[in-house]
Design a binder for this molecule. Structure first.
Ligand code: NAD
Ligand code: DAU
Length: 350
């Protein structure tokens, strides 16, 4: 069946992996990548598929109702995979309003236009990509987030994402819009903007700059390789049940400090530095305000119902990620010039 799929935020980190997977795997689908190209969006992420006959890039803002309406009308959009968002917690602490605009208003704008065009809801789907951060912070080492865990967001970023999740479910309940939501743990891999822990540390280690670790580095995250997330999105898009939520996680919990030691070890080898050399760059800095202690996902629902599981091991995934950053200098230099410098100064040098 022919599909006209609108992928929002497809020039970003996860979005670009999802776009690539769909463009290559489904030649019969038309993939429309709608992206505003904020500081986090980068068309260099998609140079390999940019001329594919089933792919089109559309620059624009999901908050602009007239523009989104025209896109649905012109390309007869029948499904949405919605990734566009402001995604960095530290930036949400510096400037919450941007997060309310894009993550809440932008999502509701898309929902309204989908509702307008999808009159009989046959073969339509609004797939909303969300985060495990909506569940809040686990304060012990034994609990996991399940799909039934109550929402308890604690940062402006996660509060805005939680709000968008609620709107998506409300449109299902009130207007019968076909929807599905997934909440995923921390992604890592090629193309991630170097404001996030792993690529920031890789860039700093490469340049012999301090690696800033918030607080004591005791916070725990559950890491998933980005291509494993993209594969889960593919499966949920095709086989997920209307109205359902699926948690996606790596079953791969790491304390930040332990992760950074492992990364330093890998990079010492790659850069032919003496063992333990890069670890000397570790620098404990002021903690993130309201820093969530631990995230951990119970992904048994997607594993049991949809037969997905993570494929990449963490050591191999980290090594592939380091290799990618070390061999993509142009991408990295392009990304860390300009706006990034101002952000870095504000965040780390005050
Ligand atoms: P990212 O910041 O790398 O990319 C976001 C993309 O959205 C960029 O290309 C940007 O240009 C685009 N965008 C931002 N505002 C827009 C607007 N108003 N209109 C159109 N496009 C806009 O983000 P990411 O890390 O790839 O995350 C993608 C999605 O996945 C987000 O919804 C995020 O909440 C969710 N998520 C991320 C992670 C993670 O670990 N990165 C984990 C779980 C869920
Ligand atoms: O859990 C999913 C979420 O993961 C996504 O929804 C977000 O979009 C994504 O940014 C990510 O959020 P985190 O806040 O967990 O990721 P980040 O890479 O910013 O930080 C990971 C951990 O490392 C966190 O405990 C904070 C810490 N950290 C981060 C930075 C940038 C540091 O210690 N130093 C740093 O400089």
């Amino acid at each position: 069946m022919k599909k006209n799929i609108l992928i929002t935020g497809g020039a970003g980190f996860i979005g670009s992996h999802v776009v690539r997977l769909f463009v290559n795997k489904y030649p019969n689908y038309n993939i429309f990548n709608l992206d505003k190209l904020t500081y986090a969006g980068n068309l260099l992420n998609l140079t390999d598929i940019k001329n594919s006959s089933n792919y089109k890039f559309i620059k624009g803002d999901i908050c602009d109702e007239n523009f989104v309406d025209k896109v649905f009308n012109s390309y007869e959009i029948d499904s949405v995979i919605h990734l566009a968002a402001e995604s960095h917690v530290d930036r949400s602490i510096l400037n919450p309003m941007e997060f309310i605009n894009t993550n809440i208003i932008g999502t509701v704008t898309l929902l309204n236009i989908a509702k307008k065009y999808w009159t009989n809801n046959q073969n339509n789907l609004f797939y909303h990509i969300s985060t495990d951060e909506v569940y809040g912070s686990l304060e012990n080492q034994i609990d996991f987030f399940t799909e039934n865990t109550s929402y308890d967001p604690k940062s402006p970023y996660s509060a805005a994402k939680a709000s968008s999740d609620h709107f998506v479910r409300a449109y299902k309940n009130t207007f019968n819009l076909p929807i599905v939501i997934s909440n995923c743990s921390n992604n890592y891999g090629p193309n991630q903007f170097p404001e996030k822990l792993i690529p920031l540390a890789i860039n700093n280690i490469k340049n012999q700059k301090p690696i800033p670790i918030y607080g004591k580095g005791e916070n725990i995250r559950d890491w998933l390789y980005v291509e494993d997330h993209a594969k889960a999105i593919d499966i949920i898009f095709h086989y997920g049940k209307n109205g359902e939520t699926y948690n996606i996680g790596g079953s791969n919990e790491w304390k930040n400090i332990d992760l950074i030691y492992l990364l330093c070890k890998i990079m010492d080898k790659k850069l032919n530095r003496p063992e333990y050399e890069s670890a000397k760059l570790i620098s404990f800095v002021k903690d993130r305000a309201g820093h969530d202690l631990r995230y951990a996902i119970d992904s048994s629902k997607i594993q049991n119902h949809l037969n997905w599981k993570p494929e990449m091991t963490f050591e191999k995934g980290l090594e592939k990620t380091v290799d990618w950053y070390l061999s993509n200098e142009e991408w990295l230099n392009n990304t860390i010039s300009g706006e990034y410098k101002n952000y870095y100064k504000k965040q780390y040098e005050n």
